[in-house]
Design a protein around this ligand. Structure first.
Ligand code: GLN
Length: 236
């Protein structure tokens, strides 16, 4: 059910967080270890955001990440101190299209969702359908979060969106990942998530990308607030 990853740290080629490790995000697209709730591979596209002068830029493709030569031929030429990336396994009934691939971006913000909101057209009706980039639960969640970010701090905004959605859709699966290029905010609601933090960098990922024993597995129903050298894990 989709895998995502966020990195903040020393500038790296944008390809690196996607391909780093024996169990990189790219490997997780065809051989994930911790898929829960259906889905076997993440072949319905991918996307990556990076930051320049405080604004998020983005590249997406509805084809599998392993089939796109831009990952090896173009992304190494871009450098960034922050990257958010996702590989997608489209929920049944949702389109396979470039517009449906995370990350969703707006200004400095980049957002990814791993999970599903059942009957999202009803339960997320507050997200105005005309503004949706794609007819998916994730695009609707992004509209709700974007609105919430206009008036609340990021941790409060992400928590509010998850709790509001759970109130009307208690079985929703809501692993959200948000960054402004300087910090990462993430939630766990049903799906797996791990964090690797040291003084210089932090990586938040659906699955550890290597066997480094410093990866911390995040308990379900948590909010993660992370930057290099700092990790806070709060309950939702
Ligand atoms: N429901 C979202 C979509 O279809 C996310 C899918 C997932 O996490 N597998 O894009």
């Amino acid at each position: 059910m989709c895998r995502h990853l966020g990195y903040i740290g020393p500038a790296v080629p944008v390809r690196e967080p996607l391909t780093r490790g024996d169990h990189s995000l790219r490997t997780q697209s065809w051989a994930p270890n911790e898929m829960r709730g259906g889905g076997t591979i993440n072949a319905d596209g991918f996307g990556v955001a990076w930051w320049r002068d405080g604004a998020a830029s983005r590249y997406r493709n509805p084809m599998p990440i392993w089939s796109d030569p831009a990952v090896d031929e173009v992304l190494p030429q871009l450098r960034s101190t922050a990257v958010v990336a996702a590989v997608r396994s489209a929920t049944a009934g949702m389109p396979v299209s470039r517009e449906a691939c995370a990350p969703f971006v707006d200004g400095a913000w980049a957002f990814s969702h791993n999970g599903v909101v059942q009957n999202w057209r009803t339960t997320l009706a507050a997200a105005h359908s005309l503004e949706l980039e794609a007819p998916t639960d994730s695009a609707a969640l992004w509209l709700l979060l974007r609105d919430s970010l206009a008036t609340a701090e990021p941790a409060a905004a992400i928590r509010a969106v998850v709790n509001t959605v759970l109130a009307v859709a208690p079985d929703a699966r809501l692993n959200l990942l948000l960054s402004n290029g300087e910090m990462l905010w993430a939630t766990t609601c049903y799906h797996s998530l791990s964090v690797l933090v040291d003084d210089a960098s932090v990586t938040v990922a659906s699955e550890p990308v290597d066997d480094n024993s410093d990866w911390q597995s995040i308990p379900d129903r948590s909010v993660v607030i992370a930057e290099p050298g700092n990790l806070a894990i709060e309950s939702l």
